[in-house]
Design a protein around this ligand. Structure first.
Ligand SMILES: Nc1nc2c(ncn2[C@@H]2O[C@H](COP(=O)(O)OP(=O)(O)OP(=O)(O)O)[C@@H](O)[C@H]2O)c(=O)[nH]1
Ligand SMILES: [Mg+2]
Length: 294
C-alpha cells in the first residue's frame, strides 16, 4: 500500500472545498462565494489502485476576529503541520494579495519545522483567458520555491489528473489508514447541518453568513426515512428576520433546497424541520462552540 496525507490550504474563497469535492467525485464539503465557509477540517479519502490519499480540506487562513475564527485558523494550521504534502491554493482570477502572502508565511513556518513538498495549485482557470493566465502563474510562482505548480479548474475538472499525477510520487510505502469504503469522516448528522448552512450562505449577504450556525437537535433514521430537527443560530433578531423572510418565504426555500440535497446524498427520504433562534455572541462562547462541534 501507498499512503499520504495532503492538506489543502490557502486564504478564504480560493476554492479549497470545491477542489476536495472534485478530487473525491462527491460533494462532502459545502461551498459558497462567501469567505470563511469551511469552519472545520474535512477528511476526504481518495482510493487509488495501490493506495490511499487522505485529503484534508481546511478553513481559509485569515485574520481572526472572534474565538470561532481563532479556532478555524488553528484547525488549518494543525492540518498543515500534520500533512505529508501541502497543496497551497491561489486564485487565478486575482493577483497575489495579503491573504496569499500570509498563507505562504504559514507554509514556510510549517516547513521549517519539518520539510515537506508544497505544490502551488492555481485554481479557477476556467475563468481566465489563456494569455492572462501566464503572468498570473508567474507572480504566484515567485512567492515560494514550490515543488510543482499546477493550474486547475475544479469546476470543469481541467488538469485534476495532472495534480494527482504530481502527487503520486510523494506517497510512501505503508499501511492505508482507512477502510476500503471510507470516503469521509463527516457523519450524516454533520453533513445535514452543513447542507442547511450552505443554503443560508447562498441566500444571504453581509454579516449574516458569518453569524449563522446550525445545530442538529435530532437525527432519526427509520424505514428509509431520515427525520431531522435542526436549529439555526443567529446573533441578532434582525438576522433571524432576514433568514425567515416575508411570511417565512426564505426559510422555506432554504429548507427545501437543503432537504433535496440531503435526499440525494443520503439516498433516502428526508423529513426536515428547521427553527431559527437568536443566541447573542455565540462566536465568542466556549460552550456554544463546543456544542456546535467547533
Ligand atoms: N469557476 C470556478 N469557480 C470556482 C472554482 N473553484 C471554486 N470556485 C468558486 O469559488 C467560490 C469559493 O469556493 P470554495 O470551494 O467554497 O472556497 P474555499 O477556499 O473552500 O473557501 P473557504 O471555505 O471560505 O475558505 C465558490 O463560489 C466556488 O463555486 C473553479 O475551479 N472554477
Ligand atoms: Mg471551504
Amino acid at each position: 500500500m501507498k499512503f499520504a496525507t495532503v492538506a489543502i490550504i490557502g486564504r478564504s474563497n480560493v476554492g479549497k472545498s470545491t477542489l476536495l469535492n472534485r478530487l473525491l467525485g462527491e460533494k462532502i464539503a459545502i461551498v459558497s462565494d462567501k469567505p470563511q465557509t469551511t469552519r472545520t477540517r474535512i477528511l476526504g479519502v481518495v482510493h487509488v489502485p495501490d493506495g490511499q490519499i487522505a485529503f484534508l480540506d481546511t478553513p481559509g487562513l485569515h485574520k481572526p476576529q472572534h474565538l470561532l475564527n481563532r479556532r478555524m485558523v488553528r484547525t488549518a494550521v494543525e492540518a498543515l503541520e500534520e500533512a505529508d504534502l501541502l497543496y497551497v491554493l491561489m486564485d487565478a482570477t486575482s493577483l497575489p494579495g495579503p491573504g496569499d502572502l500570509a498563507a505562504v508565511d504559514y507554509v514556510k513556518e510549517a516547513i521549517a519545522k519539518r520539510p515537506r513538498p508544497a505544490v502551488l495549485v492555481v485554481t479557477k482557470i476556467d475563468l481566465v483567458n489563456k494569455f492572462k493566465l501566464l503572468p498570473v502563474l508567474e507572480s504566484y510562482g515567485k512567492l515560494y520555491a514550490w515543488t510543482e505548480v499546477v493550474p486547475v479548474s475544479s469546476e470543469t475538472g481541467d488538469n485534476i489528473d495532472r495534480l494527482l499525477a504530481v502527487t503520486m510520487p510523494f506517497l510512501s510505502e505503508g499501511e492505508g489508514a482507512y477502510g476500503d469504503d471510507m470516503v469521509t469522516d463527516q457523519t450524516m448528522r454533520t453533513l445535514a447541518g452543513e447542507m442547511i448552512r450552505e443554503k443560508i450562505l447562498q441566500a444571504t449577504e453581509q454579516e449574516v453568513p458569518y453569524s449563522v450556525a446550525v445545530d442538529i437537535d435530532q437525527f432519526k433514521e427509520e424505514n428509509g426515512l431520515a427525520r431531522i430537527y435542526a436549529t439555526i443560530l443567529v446573533e441578532r433578531e434582525t438576522q433571524k428576520g432576514i433568514i425567515i423572510g416575508k411570511q417565512g418565504e426564505r426559510l422555506k426555500i432554504i429548507s427545501t433546497q437543503a432537504r433535496q440535497d440531503m435526499e440525494k446524498l443520503f439516498g433516502m427520504k428526508v423529513f426536515l424541520e428547521v427553527w431559527v433562534k437568536v443566541k447573542e455572541a455565540w462566536r465568542e462562547d466556549e460552550r456554544a462552540l463546543a456544542d456546535l462541534g467547533y
